[in-house]
Design a binder for this molecule. Structure first.
Ligand SMILES: *Cc1c(COP(=O)(O)O)cnc(C)c1O
Length: 390
């Protein structure tokens, strides 16, 4: 017997920031009081600051999917034509939500492991008439692929359509110039880069998107963005808020502001790049080599091995929880996350564990070779900088 610390290393929920977790103990306050209004106002202002936008930012009590649904039900009318970019399970979710609400979906689909090109979106906007909205994932968490939302935003900006970006794992892992790139709605979730438990979703809404809210006829009740905006201006939420999560978020946003959102993104990019180097050194293949996101790296299991064995052994041997593939990718890939509160020591451990698991299952690797790739990546970014500074 030996000690196995439980480590939550999935691309959501992600590792929790300790001071955010501790802040949740202070939730014995009432939400219709000045004490709470102060916190709520500060959280919304800080969210806006770290998202780097002049657009309104609202919070909802829901997992990320709630904000996805809200953006459909609050901004569109039955039969509206929309383009959905789909390259994975979350792209499929966009299509399912849009269809559930009676929108007319033009599907731009790509194989798992690839991304929909901005050119395809630009072409579809030219050939299809009366497109009212374009939906995409900044980072498609199921495959570890990223979309070029900058180029897509530029294409959508020239039209009367609005651009809705599920950035639930994009925020904090990729640069997102919301105002500059024409990202009309940008959606985030608490359990991803924001280092706190699941249960809060948030979204930024541009003036162009608010214009859509004026005429949108789809039914809605709980997720009512106009009502939420009105209440937020008074420091309140429409319904009972998730007080404990907001207290946690207040702490997490303090941390992210002190670090800098650009540094949070750079941290994810560094870890993602080091992970790619490490797993390819170990002879494994990346699942989305052409368009890798920095939120999560999807890796193919060695031929003849079920990725579920890798996931299971992370847990049984070391107490580490990592993600399997979803849907038809289950058993094919495993996913190493980098979003939010992840650091180099986490990655040293994840790769060292992987070397042992592969070796134990008939795929022997040279111990330390993958870890050395991560150490070299650290040396390149950090040691080189220190040498340059002296
Ligand atoms: C996690 C995630 C979601 C939202 O999932 P919830 O379970 O509703 O929080 C949506 N899109 C992407 C890309 C995600 O990673």
């Amino acid at each position: 017997m030996y000690i196995k610390k439980q480590r939550l290393l999935t691309p959501g929920p992600t590792p929790l920031l300790p001071q955010a977790l501790h802040a949740m103990m202070g939730s014995d306050i009432h939400h219709r009081t000045e004490d709470f209004r102060k916190i709520y106002r500060a959280v919304l202002a800080d969210l806006k600051e770290v998202m780097g936008t002049s657009n309104d930012v609202l919070a909802l009590v829901a997992s990320g999917t709630g904000a996805m649904e809200a953006s459909v039900s609050n901004l569109f009318s039955p039969g509206d034509r929309v383009i959905v970019c789909s390259a994975g399970k979350f792209g499929e979710r966009w299509a399912e939500i849009a269809k559930a609400f009676g929108l007319d979906v033009i599907l731009l689909q790509e194989e798992y492991g690839r991304s929909v090109s901005a050119q395809r979106v630009a072409d579809a906007l030219k050939t299809e008439a009366n497109v009212r909205g374009v939906f995409v994932q900044g980072s498609e968490t199921s495959t570890g692929a990223a979309h070029d939302v900058r180029a897509m935003g530029q294409a959508v900006q020239k039209t009367d359509a609005i651009f809705i970006v599920d950035a639930i794992t994009g925020l904090g892992t990729m640069p997102l110039d919301i105002d500059g790139w024409g990202l009309d709605v940008v959606i985030g979730g608490s359990q991803k880069s924001f280092m706190i438990p699941p249960g809060l979703a948030f979204l930024s809404i541009s003036p162009k998107a608010w214009g859509f809210a004026e005429t949108a006829k789809l039914p809605r009740y709980y997720f009512n963005l106009k009502k939420e905006k009105k209440n937020a201006a008074n420091g309140e939420s429409s319904w009972t808020p998730a007080t404990s999560l907001l207290l946690a978020l207040a702490e997490a946003l303090k941390y992210v502001k002190a670090l800098g959102m650009d540094k949070l993104v750079a941290n994810a990019e560094m870890l993602a790049s080091a992970t790619r180097a490490a797993v390819t050194t170990l002879g494994l293949e990346l699942f989305s080599p052409g368009c890798p996101s920095s939120s999560v790296t999807a890796v193919k299991a060695p031929k003849g091995m079920d990725s579920g064995v890798i996931v299971k052994e992370y847990r049984s041997r070391f107490g580490s929880v990592i993600a399997n593939g979803q849907g038809s990718m289950k058993g094919q890939i495993f996913r190493i996350a980098h979003l939010g509160y992840f650091d180099f020591p986490d990655l040293f451990a994840v790769i060292a564990e992987l070397e042992i698991i592969l070796t134990a299952n008939g795929f022997p690797v040279k111990f330390g070779s993958g870890v050395a790739a991560v150490q070299n990546a650290y040396a390149e970014v950090a040691l080189a900088k220190e040498a340059a500074a002296v």
